[in-house]
Design a protein. Structure first.
Lengths: 129, 129
DNA sequence: ATGAACCTTCCAGTACAGTGGAAGGTCAAG
DNA sequence: CTTGACCTTCCACTGTACTGGAAGGTTCAT
């Protein structure tokens, strides 16, 4: 399987796959006599794992860690659980921040819906912000 | 007022203020004979506006737009209202995405709390992701 | 006069996850 | 034999909001 086919099979681009290899997410493959990369079927699963990890909000660095542990013959279960727990806490923090921000902006937006341009004093840029 | 004093008055750094000037957020000031920047009191308000805009989740590019409109002698009210409305929609979208992600991760995390390493088949990297 | 604290410019780098493009090699069809 | 689609490497750049550091000039107190 050449890189273009793997890209198509996994819904990504050849550029990205080479970038993943360079980043240590995909192991360097065999090469054909021509120098072309020649991927085994497994590569599809591996790229799929990377995408699922991203969909779970993990960074490529975290995904790389999991992959490394797995390559060392260990099962990365507890590590993955740790990462997921961490991600969960981050998400909760991020969500509350965004909810608070939403509140603030919603109020500003409401205020701005009753424009009184004359009350914009010259020394402020905008009375709504 | 020199740049260090403005930085202290606004709770930022001289580096950041020079960066703001270069980015078109702060107008180039008068210079003293020494070449030092010499800020008027207004600059404090201007930097404050930039910070409030950021706190409202606007990007520097959006803040720059508002500032430009104001500099052209117009009151940026309706523009600001538009930006805030846009920001509100983005926030809502972002929040629902994060809530959905939180759901997914929470389930994965739960699953991973009952580890069954043996059921990790060799062809997957991790049964939880 | 000398040292500290301040200022100047310019260049480069940070994190993140790629993307763009140039210059060239390979392969199959027509 | 050539055309087009594919592949290779390498280098540089994207966007966001700064941050770090070098090399040098200024101001003020001692």
């Amino acid at each position: 399987m050449r890189i273009g086919q793997l890209a198509e099979a996994t819904g990504t681009t050849t550029k990205t796959l080479r970038f993943y290899e360079e980043s240590g997410l995909l192991p360097p493959t065999e090469r054909l006599a021509s120098g072309y990369r020649d991927y085994a079927e497994e590569a599809v699963g591996r790229v799929g794992f990377i995408h699922r990890g991203q969909a779970a909000g993990l960074t490529l660095a975290q995904i790389r860690q999991i992959l490394k542990i797995r390559e060392h013959g260990q099962t990365p279960c507890s590590h993955v659980q740790g990462l997921l727990g961490e991600r969960l806490r981050e998400l909760d923090a991020q969500i509350s921040e965004l909810l608070a921000l939403r509140e603030t902006i919603s109020q500003l937006h409401e205020k701005a819906s009753k424009p009184e341009p004359d009350s914009c004093s010259a020394d402020q840029v905008c009375r709504y912000i």
